[in-house]
Design a binder for this molecule. Structure first.
Ligand code: SF4
Length: 242
């Protein structure tokens, strides 16, 4: 967790929950798991428990102390909608996001079914509505998980976004990227020793759908060298929020 972040599409990270369990192929080389497990058993370290799921109530109100407006990636080291995070804890996270109205919060999950249920029944707001500074998104890595995109498209948050990272195959997103059902897409490849390949044609197909597009990285073994340009251009588009 940090008041600043090296993740290209955000300014800061906030982790009121840490730890998670794998749910789909995109999790195979989860960077958060690899990082956290390095510190398992180190007394006093925030990841002393490794990647076991842990709630951090003392971090719940942290963004209120950050006075400068930022984009904040919620739970970069977990998944807020993991089945073991209690509803009232998720509600407390949403309450902070509402109270820290000067920030924009980016909530990204691989469990959008629970996100949709939560927003519908626990957000103390009308059905499908959430706070205007809260962006809701899902990870979609292969065609098999396009249903996650449909769930996000069913929400009425200011920003409904997809993170196609690591992109592991071609995606046919025509059904959800038409109109303004989804208003931001991030694409990136896996990085590190085990990085699985990503075909440029898969990326171009998503870019050309006409939705604000952020190309994060080519990844691979040397992420820095591989860079983040596509067809000699850097794609840093962000969603419209007004
Ligand atoms: S859902 Fe995200 S945080 Fe959880 S194991 Fe998968 S990649 Fe890691």
């Amino acid at each position: 967790m940090s008041a600043s972040s090296s993740i290209e599409w955000t300014d800061a990270t906030w982790n009121p929950v840490t730890g998670c369990t794998k749910i789909s192929p995109g999790c195979k080389y989860c960077y958060a798991l690899t990082f956290a497990e390095r510190f398992r058993g180190v007394p006093g370290h925030p990841f002393e428990q490794g990647f076991d799921l842990r709630l951090w109530p003392d971090r719940l109100r942290l963004p209120l102390a950050w006075r400068r407006p930022r984009r904040i990636f919620v739970n970069s080291m977990s998944d807020l909608f993991h089945e073991r995070v209690p509803d009232d804890f998720i509600q407390a996270v949403f309450d902070t996001m509402r109270d820290a109205w000067w920030h924009e919060f980016q909530v990204l999950t691989k469990r959008p079914d629970r996100m949709v249920d939560f927003v519908a029944s626990h957000a103390r707001e009308p059905l499908r509505y959430t706070h205007p500074n809260v962006w809701l998104g899902a990870s979609v890595e292969t065609q098999q998980y396009v249903g996650r995109a449909r769930l996000v498209a069913s929400l009425s948050s200011t920003v409904r976004f997809l993170s196609c990272e690591p992109l592991l195959g071609p995606l046919d997103l025509a059904e959800v990227l038409g109109g303004d059902a989804i208003n931001w897409v991030i694409v990136g490849s896996e990085s590190g020793h085990h990085a699985r390949p990503m075909d440029a044609a898969w990326v171009r197909a998503i870019r050309d759908a006409g939705v604000p597009f952020f190309f994060k990285q080519w990844g691979g073994r040397n992420k820095k060298e591989a860079g983040r340009t596509l067809d000699r251009k850097t794609y840093d588009q962000m969603p419209q929020t007004v």
